[in-house]
Design a protein around this ligand. Structure first.
Ligand code: PRP
Ligand code: ZN
Length: 298
């Protein structure tokens, strides 16, 4: 393989992962000369270029050494890994989960079918674009079913009579509802991941890759952090504190003119949901604020 001195990342040309992936790379300090309609985008600040391709082609491009990294759904990566097992090919690994593009690879059945579990698929035909993942799941449940491999439009197979059930990605669930199907079993929780080959480049590209991973970790950590501010009475403090999501010890501040009240400031490691806020409020908190964290330097 000819060596390169610039790192090359493959990502989806146009689709659900494109915008969030570019956004994430930008936040890692990478910017690209604008040629979004082209296959190749030259990186401006750092020696990192982009290749914009079909998502299903990404693992293969990494395995062939055309690209060093890829941003791709875990479903696509795992399906590729299964298709390669036993072959003498460069193995790929998931380097980081990226926290966007969350979806599930699920079994869906016609609304009228009363699904009781995997056994019920015995002898039936299941349409999918993920024959590897589906086959593995069926084997693990000891179920013999016909796998009908389709490149797309899997959801219409039951209506056409070419399959009895499907195994496809579900995000909002809208596609299933529109096709009178319902989600029956989950095979895989997926999201966008950074994929790379198991043997990472041992030249300048390796150094750049290490730097990129560090920046990525910082960006992901900050993106998921929230600063929670609230007021509470001293009497309710213990109950309120017990309900706080994980993070470092909170800070307490006095409230001017209200010696009985405290202001609490807590850095939370993940998102704070409405439900969590409502619980904390019930415990006695008020004036609650949840703020995004832009930068963090401990
Ligand atoms: C996936 C999947 C479904 C749809 C589900 O296709 O194949 O058709 O998304 O999403 P929903 O639950 O929000 O309706 P996608 O649009 O990712 O295109 P693909 O054919 O490239 O997989
Ligand atoms: Zn696709």
């Amino acid at each position: 393989m000819k060596t390169r001195d610039r790192l090359r990342i493959a990502m989806q040309k146009s689709g659900r992962l494109t915008e969030p992936a570019l956004n994430l790379l930008n936040r890692c300090g990478l910017s690209f000369r604008q040629s979004r309609d082209k296959l190749f985008c030259f990186g401006e600040g750092e020696p990192v270029d982009l290749l914009l391709v079909r998502d299903d082609d990404i693992p293969g491009l990494i395995a062939q050494g055309v690209c060093d990294l890829g941003i791709v759904g875990r479903n696509v990566l795992n399906e590729f890994q299964l298709s390669q097992s036993g072959l003498d090919a460069e193995p790929l690994q998931e380097l980081r989960p990226l926290g966007f593009g969350r979806c599930r690879l699920s079994i869906a059945v016609p609304n009228e079918l009363d699904y009781q579990g995997p056994r019920q698929l015995e002898g039936r035909r299941i349409a999918t674009s993920y024959p590897g993942l589906l086959g593995e799941w069926l084997r693990s449940h000891g179920v013999n079913a016909g796998v009908v491999t389709l490149a797309g439009s899997v959801e219409i197979a039951p209506k056409l009579g070419t399959a009895d059930a499907i195994c496809d990605l579900v995000q909002s669930g809208g596609t299933l509802v529109a096709n009178q199907l319902r989600e029956a079993d989950i095979l895989l929780e997926s999201q966008a991941v950074l994929a790379g080959s198991l043997a990472l480049p041992a030249d300048e590209r390796g150094d750049m890759l290490e730097l990129l991973l560090k920046r990525l970790d910082g960006v992901i950590q900050v993106r998921e952090s929230r600063l929670l501010l609230l007021q509470t009475s001293r009497a309710a403090l213990e109950a309120v504190t017990r309900l706080l999501p994980g993070g470092p010890q909170p800070t307490l501040l006095p409230v001017l003119g209200q010696p009985d009240q405290l202001m609490l400031q807590a850095l939370c490691a993940g998102e704070v949901s409405w439900r969590q806020l409502e619980e904390i409020k019930k415990a006695g908190a008020r004036e609650m604020l949840v703020l995004p964290v832009e930068k963090m330097l401990a």
